[in-house]
Design a protein around this ligand. Structure first.
Ligand SMILES: Nc1ncnc2c1ncn2[C@@H]1O[C@H](COP(=O)(O)OP(=O)(O)O)[C@@H](O)[C@H]1O
Ligand SMILES: [Mg+2]
Length: 277
């Protein structure tokens, strides 16, 4: 029987929220509406707006609250607080390589609505991603069904955003790096291994939870963010994860050998050995 694929991020998010242990890893997520936008911007300085059925980072936008500027003319004023209170913030929208600033949520919503253009979109709490050489990165955690019917996390890779991009996807110019290389800027070897273990368990738990609703699920790829306080967040779960980064990237062929062995056992079609370079 065919491997189960689920496109809707919202459908998958709702199932994950039913599990308390997993829900703690999910950023606040709503279906897009002006009310949802208002609510999220009241609680978070950055909000991501993304297609419910998107891939490759296409159509992903972000909104950041820009605090009212403290004008330099007033820098000698003692009572700077009253200035901050009287002025209101603005909202900086980013998508593709573009930036636009709005003075109200209503004006922002009007533009968002025309960009969204009747498609289903989600609004999600923005995560302040850890950085590598100044650029944000996130992680891809691959979890697969083994031939004996267990779930196993078989690979973790890091993805660094291209310059001035708000997404890390390969198709949007993101580059792949080793998990350890990215994390070493921030923590020691033992701390890195602790996070690796937590990610492996998280992949297995997420797969098991989704399988309750999607029994023919065989593989998932979690997009995971680590924030500056080292909290772990699930940005999305892919049910058609790319396997090629695990082949091309690791010098150690045993990683891809396992990935491929499991994938072939559950019937995923892989490019034939001659064509694959
Ligand atoms: N809530 C968020 N906070 C920070 N970055 C995000 C958030 N949601 C998405 N991103 C960035 O955008 C990328 C693409 O978003 P994702 O939800 O994975 O959609 P897609 O299906 O297009 O890959 C992520 O890999 C991440 O770099
Ligand atoms: Mg993704």
């Amino acid at each position: 029987m065919a491997i189960q694929r689920v496109a809707s991020k919202w459908a998958k998010t709702k199932i994950l929220l039913q599990n308390k242990g997993i829900a703690a890893y999910i950023p606040t997520t709503r279906r897009y509406s002006i009310e949802a936008l208002r609510e999220l911007l009241a609680a978070h300085t950055v909000v991501y707006i993304k297609p419910d059925r998107g891939t490759y980072g296409i159509g992903v936008m972000s909104v950041e609250i820009v605090p009212p500027e403290k004008s330099s003319e007033n820098s000698d004023l003692q009572d700077s607080q009253s200035i901050a209170e009287s002025a209101s913030p603005s909202y900086r929208l980013r998508y593709e390589q573009k930036k636009e600033t709005f003075s109200s949520i209503e004006a922002l919503h009007k533009t968002l609505k025309s960009l969204i253009n009747k498609r289903e979109y989600l609004a999600q709490q923005g995560i302040d991603l850890l950085r590598f050489e100044g650029r944000p990165f996130d992680l891809r955690v691959l979890t697969q069904k083994t031939p004996t019917g267990q779930w196993a996390t078989t690979g973790i890779i890091g993805r660094v955003a291209a310059k001035n991009k708000i997404v890390t996807n390969h198709h949007s110019g993101g580059i792949v790096k080793h998990f350890k290389t990215l994390m070493s800027e921030h923590m020691n070897a033992e701390e890195i291994e602790n996070i690796r273990q937590e990610l492996k368990i998280l992949g297995v738990n997420v797969a098991a939870q989704l399988q309750k609703s999607y029994p023919r699920l065989k593989e998932i790829g979690l997009d995971v963010a680590i924030d500056s306080r080292w909290n772990i967040w699930i940005l999305e779960v892919n049910t058609r994860p790319a396997l090629f980064p695990f082949k091309k990237f690791f010098k150690d062929p045993s990683i891809y050998n396992t990935v491929r062995k499991y994938a072939q056992a559950y019937g995923r079609k892989l490019p034939d050995a001659k064509k694959a370079r």
